[in-house]
Design a protein around this ligand. Structure first.
Ligand SMILES: Nc1nc2c(ncn2[C@@H]2O[C@H](COP(=O)(O)OP(=O)(O)OP(=O)(O)O)[C@@H](O)[C@H]2O)c(=O)[nH]1
Ligand SMILES: [Mg+2]
Length: 317
C-alpha cells in the first residue's frame, strides 16, 4: 500500500510562556526558536518544519497572545491573526502548570472564530503532580470546546509527542511536501544571530528588561574562516543600559560569550561578535527599528522551485 503523504501549515497559538517554542523545537528535533522563562520571548513568526515519510508539517511558532500596548506588540498580535487565516490546523497550547484565567478565555474566544481545526494541548504536564490533576483540566477544555481533541504533552520530557504527531498528521490534508526534506526553518542566519543574542540577554537579565530590549544585527560579514558580527542591543533607558553592560562590562561579556559559542557551534565557523548597547527611548514604537528586526526568509538556492504550490493555490481564495 502506498503511504499517503499529508502536508500543511500548523500554527502554535497560546498565551505568552505556554511553551510554544519549546514544543516547536521538540517537534522539529532541532532548536529553531529561542526559549526563555520570560513571557513574550517570541516576537515574530518562526517557521519550523517537521518532515516524515507520512507527511510534512510546517509549523508557525507565534508570539504569545496578550494585550498590545506598543506598536511592537500590535505587530506581534497581527502576526498571530494573519497566521490564523493561513493555516490548516491550530495547536492551542494551554499551560497545565498555571491557573486558567481571563487571558485564556480571551484566546478561546479568538479561536472560536477561526476557520481551521483546533487541537487542544495541555503543556508542561511534567509539572502537574499528581498526574490525576490533569483530568479536570482536560474535562474543562472539552467542556469549553465540545468535540475537540485535547492531548497532554511535555515538550521538556518528550511525553505525548508521538500521539501529537499522529493526531496532527491525521488532521492535515493530503498533499505534497511544501519544502525539500532537510530544511528545518526558513529564517535567515542574520535573524538567528539577533535571536540568539536576545535569548542570552533574557537568560542573563531579570524583571522588566525582557520587554524593553531588542536586538538588531548591524554587520554580518563572512571572511575566510571567520564570521564578523556586530549587533546593537536597544534599551529604553540609561538605567537599563547600565544593567545590560553590568559591572565593568561583565554582563555584556557574559551575553556575548554565550551567544558566540552557540553561533559558532550552529554555523560551523569561528565568530567574532561585537555587542553595543544603545538607548532608544521609543524603539518599541519605532517602525524603522522594528522593520530591522524582521526575520527575513533564507534563500534555498532555487531548491524550492517546483515544490512550492502555485500562488493562490490552497490559500482559500
Ligand atoms: N517543566 C517544563 N517547562 C517547560 C516545558 N515547555 C516549556 N517549558 C518552559 O516554559 C518556559 C517558556 O517556554 P517557551 O517555549 O519560551 O514558551 P513560549 O510559549 O514560546 O513563550 P513566548 O514566546 O514568550 O510566548 C521556559 O522556561 C521553558 O523551559 C515543559 O514541557 N515542561
Ligand atoms: Mg516562544
Amino acid at each position: 500500500m502506498v503511504e499517503v503523504s499529508r502536508s500543511g501549515l500548523v500554527a502554535l497559538v497560546g498565551r505568552p510562556n505556554a511553551g510554544k517554542s519549546t514544543l516547536l523545537n521538540a517537534l522539529v528535533g532541532e532548536k529553531v526558536a529561542i526559549v526563555s522563562d520570560k513571557p513574550q520571548t517570541t516576537r515574530n513568526r518562526i517557521v519550523g518544519i517537521l518532515d516524515e515519510p507520512r507527511g510534512q508539517a510546517v509549523f508557525f511558532d507565534l508570539p504569545g497572545v496578550h494585550r498590545p500596548l506598543h506598536k511592537l506588540n500590535s505587530r506581534m498580535m497581527q502576526e498571530v491573526r494573519s497566521a490564523l487565516e493561513e493555516v490548516d490546523l491550530v495547536l492551542h497550547l494551554v499551560d497545565a502548570s498555571v491557573s486558567w484565567g481571563r487571558g485564556e478565555e480571551f484566546l478561546f474566544h479568538m479561536l472560536d472564530a477561526v476557520q481551521p481545526a483546533v487541537l487542544g494541548l495541555l503543556t508542561k504536564i511534567d509539572l502537574v503532580q499528581p498526574r490525576s490533576e490533569l483530568l479536570p483540566l482536560m474535562a474543562r477544555y472539552a467542556e469549553r470546546r465540545p468535540g475537540a481533541t485535547v492531548l497532554p504533552v511535555s515538550a521538556l520530557r518528550e511525553e505525548g509527542l508521538d500521539e501529537l504527531r499522529s493526531a496532527l498528521f491525521e488532521a492535515l490534508p493530503e498533499g505534497p511536501r511544501l519544502y525539500p526534506p532537510g530544511v528545518t526553518t526558513t529564517q535567515t542566519e542574520r535573524f538567528w544571530v539577533a535571536e540568539v543574542v536576545r535569548e542570552k540577554l533574557l537568560h542573563a537579565t531579570r524583571n522588566e528588561l525582557p520587554y524593553t530590549t531588542g536586538v538588531v544585527v548591524e554587520t554580518f560579514e563572512e571572511e575566510p574562516g571567520l564570521l564578523r558580527l556586530e549587533a546593537i542591543i536597544h534599551v529604553e533607558r540609561n538605567s537599563q543600559k547600565a544593567i545590560v553592560i553590568g559591572k565593568r562590562g561583565r554582563m555584556i561579556r557574559e551575553i556575548g560569550t554565550a551567544a558566540r559559542k552557540e553561533l559558532e557551534a550552529r554555523l560551523g565557523t569561528k565568530v567574532w561578535l561585537g555587542l553595543r548597547v544603545k538607548v532608544s527611548p521609543r524603539w518599541r514604537d519605532d517602525a524603522r527599528i522594528l522593520a530591522s528586526m524582521a526575520p527575513g526568509v533564507a534563500a534555498l538556492e532555487g531548491e524550492l522551485e517546483g515544490l512550492l504550490p502555485e500562488p493562490g493555490e490552497g490559500d482559500g481564495t
